[in-house]
Design a binder for this molecule. Structure first.
Ligand code: EZ4
Ligand code: CO
Length: 401
């Protein structure tokens, strides 16, 4: 199955997505997601200028060989741009292989070890009462797990609390979230979870994303105070660059810790897993080098009892969600999957077989990944430059978004 064509499609049905479409000589094609939010065109250029020419004429069946060739052959290994580009190719090749063999990717990965994968949805609000309402709404829709984010009194704008419902990153220059205060956040967050737990009782799984804002000592303090509310996980408690920070947090709390949506390699996970500093890895098929690399991360984590809870924000396209669905029912140590609803336009540009019902994700039985891109519709949503927000302390100091 010689690869005949590799194309990169950038489309913006509400937000930007980068898609790789690979076609083989017999007309079989596959699609992969290579979106890197806020830096989309860097990956698009990496793919079209540097990767596509290397793929023409290669046998599309050789997923592992091509992965190793792109990873080792670049010499400049790893990094978000490189690994998102490789991921796009990798997903497309798994899609092609499934189509060629007439079977879904979950079957190629070893078959099912569960019927459906539990997802967590988002509840966010500008007030505690609003957050409680949002959690209750999610529970009434059948979700068993909810991530709760709430605006902190005294901070005007912050991560996880949309300025208006359904908004994504605006076009233009980065939005600046002014006035972050870790002190205000630390005082408020235990009260938020006290209120939510009190309202919903002990059973619902509650998650929270600290989004890299805290120091290790602050995170240890918060995790300890949240223990009585039994979170499913506390995500990104501290920055991921200094991994020893997780060792410090771990010594101070038994609240389960999740980390790694920005990870792009097994080497980002290795020490955290081996040391027992984290409970869940957030690496995704998109930002961590595709299905091929993600399964190695999961296999490495398995004997350490570390499980996967892959990133699934709306800036990962429905193609990545398809990969997550196939991966999630085939790999034993997948615990949960993040699920953020895509815009209607996104869902029409990327028709897909996967679905979420009553809080559980299933991949469907279509051969390959069971997801496509409607190129004609995609062309109607041209790229629009956009950035993730940035964060700033009250005095103007740049902080971690
Ligand atoms: O900030 O996907 O858990 N989810 C998250 C996301 C990330 C965005 C970055 O593009 O933290 O909202
Ligand atoms: Co996160």
């Amino acid at each position: 199955m010689k690869i005949e064509d590799v194309r990169v499609i950038v489309t913006s049905p509400g937000r930007n997505y980068v898609t790789v479409k690979i076609e083989t000589e017999d007309g079989t094609y596959g699609v992969g997601d290579a979106t890197l939010n806020g830096r989309e065109l860097a990956v698009a250029a990496y793919l079209s200028e540097h990767v596509a020419p290397l793929l023409i004429g290669r046998d599309g069946r050789d997923i592992e060989g091509i992965w190793q060739y792109l990873y080792r052959g670049a010499y400049w290994r790893r990094g978000p741009v490189t690994m998102a580009a490789i991921a796009g190719v990798d997903m497309a090749l798994w899609d092609i292989k499934g189509k060629a063999l007439g079977t879904p990717v979950w079957d190629l990965l070893g078959g099912r070890c569960r019927q459906a994968l539990r997802v967590y949805t988002h509840a966010s609000s500008r007030t505690v009462d609003g957050a409680i309402n949002e959690v209750q709404r999610a529970l009434s829709e059948g979700y068993e797990a909810v991530r709760v984010q709430c605006l902190v009194p005294g901070i005007d704008e912050m991560y996880g609390v949309p300025r208006a419902p359904g908004t994504s990153e605006p076009e233009g220059l980065p939005f600046v979230e002014q006035g972050w205060s870790s002190d205000a956040y630390l005082r408020f967050t235990p009260r938020l979870f006290a209120g939510v737990r009190e309202a919903v009782g002990p059973e619902p799984l509650l998650l929270h994303d600290a989004h890299h804002r805290l120091t290790p000592a602050e995170a240890g303090w918060l995790g300890h105070r949240l223990e009585e509310f039994r979170l499913f996980w506390l995500e990104d408690a501290v920055l991921e660059e200094l991994q020893d920070g997780y060792g410090i947090v771990r010594q101070h709390t038994t609240t389960p810790l999740a980390v790694g949506e920005v990870f792009n390699s097994i080497y980002d996970c290795e020490r955290l897993v081996r040391k027992g500093w984290v409970d869940y890895l957030r690496a995704s098929a998109l930002h961590a080098g595709g299905i091929s690399h993600l399964r190695k991360i999961a296999a490495f984590a398995e004997p350490y009892h570390v499980r996967m809870g892959c990133h699934g924000a709306a800036d990962l396209s429905p193609i990545t969600m398809a990969a997550a669905a196939h991966f999630g029912i085939a790999v034993h140590n997948v615990a949960i999957q993040e699920y953020a609803i895509h815009s209607d336009d996104t869902n029409t540009v990327f028709p897909h077989e996967w679905s979420v019902q009553r809080g559980y994700l299933t991949p469907g039985d279509a051969p390959g990944l069971g997801v496509d891109i409607n190129e004609e519709l995609a062309a109607g949503f041209p790229y629009a430059r956009g950035y993730l927000p940035v964060s700033q302390l009250r005095d103007g100091t740049a902080w971690n978004w």
